[in-house]
Design a protein around this ligand. Structure first.
Ligand SMILES: NC(=O)c1ccc[n+]([C@@H]2O[C@H](COP(=O)([O-])OP(=O)(O)OC[C@H]3O[C@@H](n4cnc5c(N)ncnc54)[C@H](O)[C@@H]3O)[C@@H](O)[C@H]2O)c1
Length: 324
């Protein structure tokens, strides 16, 4: 079996690839993967992740920008691909106010390039990353996949458009599509631009850590190990619908101060500054995960304390934590 992963130097792509390489330790399994080591956050972290994956013989990597459709097609030419996992994107809600064009180029045009280049290969299934931010501000919690969508920023809009595009493709092809609405994924080798990774970086550098909205935010933190397991289970089930949208969340909103308090206590200390609300942020995310559970069967999500234990342990022990 061959799978194709985009954004493999990223947090989710890397962890998923590593997990798959460990599970399928056979000659018949191959991962073809790409990333362009975009410099939105540390390229050093991204390169370390990919080098770790390169120690597996059945991992084949190429530095390709998804904006370059020709290169994508050339790389995939005459390859048999069974499953596609499209994670490459310009992530980040707040950065979308600074550089909105990049979200159009990478998340919309790049998304179309990946879809066009891979659908030709007739894979059984294409997974692609959507986001919980697509819901915007809501009062109907937990957010179910049928809830109204109110994207508040270009990032969220780009993900909504991805879902609409996949919807159209699914109508005219034999490939199945799964859109993954990820809710604040955290864990080992996590993103340095997100709450936990950012705080770790500030502690390492003894700099002030700013907490938005004075900490009155809650997020449905979802452990990366669970994400990898869910993706593996989803790739094995028989789907009825050509296009399925799923919340990938633990259904447990946690106040962000609880997270920073734990990290400050167990990893190290730094100064905290409480600042006002950023208008691009949503106040709360809390997803309903009944739909994904119904598909994959009984699944126990990692509780926040255990997930944080594993995450903090990784940052304490890893020689790479210093790059945060
Ligand atoms: N981490 C989360 O909590 C979360 C939540 C919601 C949605 N998502 C989505 O899940 C996906 C993966 O997120 P992540 O947390 O791993 O982010 P990430 O930024 O760590 O990974 C994205 C990867 O895509 C690569 N990339 C960016 N532009 C590219 C381009 N033009 N060509 C090729 N590669 C490119 C980056 O270099 C990076 O390695 C993204 O689509 C993101 O929007 C993540």
């Amino acid at each position: 079996m061959n799978i194709f992963i985009t954004g493999v130097a990223g947090f989710i792509g890397f962890n998923f690839a590593l997990n798959q390489l460990k599970i399928h330790n056979t000659k018949n399994f191959r991962i073809y993967a790409i990333d362009n080591f975009d410099n939105y956050y540390s390229t050093k972290i991204k390169k370390i992740r990919v080098n770790q994956l390169k120690s597996y013989k059945n991992f084949i990597f190429k530095n390709i920008d998804i904006k370059n459709k020709k290169k994508l097609i050339l790389f995939l030419k005459s390859k048999k691909i069974d499953k596609v996992y499209h994670f490459a994107a310009q992530a980040g809600v707040r950065y979308s106010a600074i550089n909105p064009k990049k979200y159009i180029d990478v998340n919309i045009k790049g998304f179309i390039n990946v879809m066009d280049a891979t659908i030709k290969l007739k894979p059984k299934i294409i997974f692609y990353a959507s986001s919980s931010s697509i819901y915007g501000d809501s009062k109907n919690f937990p957010l179910s996949e049928t809830n109204e969508l109110n994207p508040k920023n270009i990032y969220a809009f780009s993900k909504k458009l991805n879902e609409k595009y996949a919807d159209q493709l699914a109508k005219f092809s034999k490939t199945f599509f799964i859109g993954l609405r990820f809710f604040t994924v955290y864990g080992e080798f996590g993103r340095p631009d997100m709450y936990i990774g950012k705080l770790i970086g500030k502690i390492n550098k003894k700099k002030v850590f700013e907490i938005n909205n004075r900490g009155n935010h809650s997020r449905d933190f979802t452990y990366i190990g669970d994400v990898c397991k869910i993706l593996d289970k989803l790739s094995k089930i028989k789907l009825k619908s050509r296009h399925t949208i799923l919340n990938i969340c633990s259904n447990n909103p946690v106040n962000i101060l609880k997270i920073s308090d734990r990290i400050l206590k167990d990893y190290g200390h730094t100064k905290i500054k409480y600042i006002k609300l950023n208008s691009l942020d949503v106040l709360k995310t809390h997803g309903d995960n009944k739909k994904v559970k119904k598909l994959i069967g009984k699944f126990k999500f990692t509780n926040i304390n255990d997930g944080l234990n594993k995450t903090i342990h990784w940052f304490k022990e890893s020689k790479f934590a210093k790059y945060y």
